[in-house]
Write a protein that binds this ligand. Structure first.
Ligand code: ZN
Ligand code: ZN
Length: 455
């Protein structure tokens, strides 16, 4: 029986594109008593692998916490795999606002001590004595109450790009750190204030609310299903959002826009921006906010030091990394001296700018001619492969790469490889590759730009 992934992320991305089927990004969690987490894990792997469900899942004696991508046409079959367990009957699945077929490219189910690292000793308090669960409308109403203190139980890099108006946003790297800090800060308000708590999907508040009640807080409330479920409800019921900005998420999208307010700044130039990225130097991999101009100028790096490193031959980079921890195991999230505009702790409620709403009709008119289509993207080496179908493409040409997920991206072609060797020009029928800083999808079209004029 196959219990682990056999495909690489690149192979999986290619299969997903080729299948051309819509996928749903979703998350759920449940606290329950699991006798044999290892067997539970294996059973889930077999059931989900058969449905082509992907994601990052943690199971423990205390329950399950899952972030997943499921083929849309298998959604009901997927739900059936949950319903076989009594504790997941009728479970709420948080479906993401923005969909991306590549949100997860592997099925990883890990057995852990806990489903959320909270640092709490569960034996010392009653974990089932939770706070009152609130729906979006009730949460908004309570926010209006002057007697309410609202606390964001997420980390600094999450609250920086979006949070509820007036929320306390602890300057913490992880959930475990935030509990004692908040407890200390709110010592004098245990009796008379409403403690209103929220997180991304609700899971962190499930136990934190019980912990705070145990600490003596009398009126403890939590946002049911977190920001994800809040967003769904305000859209469905036409309620005004009291959450401003973006909801940070842990798949490769790194954020879902909730309102068009931009409340964060590019960490390098200070311009209003809320797009997270990871430093292109694999040995650094720092998570930080970078605007498009800085991305181009810095080649997606967090510092000139990292920019220097990515230009070294690969063997030298590997040599430099020896003795260091593997890049993405280093949890330095957005904390670096090189980033002058990083903000955490007390965050502003005032938007710095409005995000552009993508509307095709308002776009700049581009005179262009179709040249070919995308065939593949090699993520590791950042190389895109296209098939030239019409016209010619020459080095120095400005091109537009366009597709539903990719959007419209303009680049100048500085090098072309035809059948693996340099070429100044590519002709119809030829398969070409060149370096591209972003992923392209199978359906993307390649245009040559002839002329640009503002509409
Ligand atoms: Zn910038
Ligand atoms: Zn870096």
């Amino acid at each position: 029986m196959q219990l682990y992934n056999t495909l690489s992320a690149e192979e999986r991305a290619r299969l997903i594109d080729e299948a051309g089927k819509e996928r749903l990004t979703l998350s759920f969690y449940a606290y329950a008593k699991i006798e044999d987490p290892k067997k539970f894990r294996d059973d889930l792997f077999i059931a989900w692998n058969a449905l082509d469900a992907l994601g990052r899942i943690y199971v423990a004696h205390e329950g399950i916490n899952a972030q997943m991508s499921v083929p849309a046409d298998q959604f009901e079959a997927f739900r059936d795999t949950l319903e076989v367990y009594d504790f997941m009957k009728g479970i709420r699945l948080n479906v993401a606002v923005e969909q991306d077929n590549h949100s997860f490219l592997k099925l990883t189910i890990k057995v852990r001590n806990k489903i959320v690292a909270d640092g709490l000793n569960d034996e010392t308090f009653d974990v089932t004595n939770k706070g009152v669960h609130l729906k979006a409308k009730e949460f908004n109403d309570l926010l209006e109450d002057p007697n309410t203190i609202v606390v964001d139980f997420r980390n600094h890099y999450e609250s920086e790009v979006g949070h509820f108006e007036g929320a306390i946003t602890p300057d913490v790297e992880n959930f475990r750190e935030s509990l004692p800090i908040i407890n200390e800060q709110l010592q004098d308000f245990k009796e008379d204030k409403n403690l209103l708590m929220y997180c991304t999907g609700g899971i962190r508040c499930e136990k934190a609310s019980a912990y705070f009640k145990h600490q003596g807080f009398k009126n403890v409330f939590q946002l049911e299903g977190g920001i994800i479920e809040y967003t769904r409800q305000i859209k469905e019921e036409g309620i005004a959002s009291k959450f401003i900005g973006k909801n940070f998420v842990f798949d490769h999208r790194l954020g879902e826009r909730i309102t068009d307010d931009i409340i964060a700044q590019c960490h390098q130039c200070g311009k209003p921006c809320d797009n997270h990225t990871n430093c292109a130097n694999d040995a650094c991999h720092l998570l930080f906010i970078q605007c498009d101009e800085c991305k181009a100028a810095m080649e997606n790096c967090c510092s000139t030091e990292c920019q220097g490193i990515i230009h070294l031959p690969w063997e030298e980079q590997v040599e430099l990394r020896k003795g260091l921890q593997v890049g993405n195991k280093v949890f330095r999230k957005g904390k670096s001296e090189a980033l002058k505009f990083k903000k955490s702790g007390d965050l502003p409620d005032k938007p710095l700018a409005k995000a552009e709403i993508k509307d095709i009709r308002q776009k700049i008119k581009v005179k262009k001619t179709l040249v070919g289509k995308a065939e593949h993207y090699f993520s590791k080496s950042k190389i895109a492969q296209f098939l030239i179908e019409n016209n010619e493409l020459s080095v120095g040409d400005k091109v537009l790469i366009s597709g539903p997920t990719t959007g419209d991206q303009e680049v100048t072609v500085s090098q072309i490889f035809v059948n693996g060797s340099f070429s100044d020009v590519a002709k119809p029928g030829e398969q070409i590759t060149f370096e591209l800083p972003f992923r392209v999808r199978l359906s993307d079209k390649l245009y040559k730009i002839l002329d640009t004029e503002n509409a």
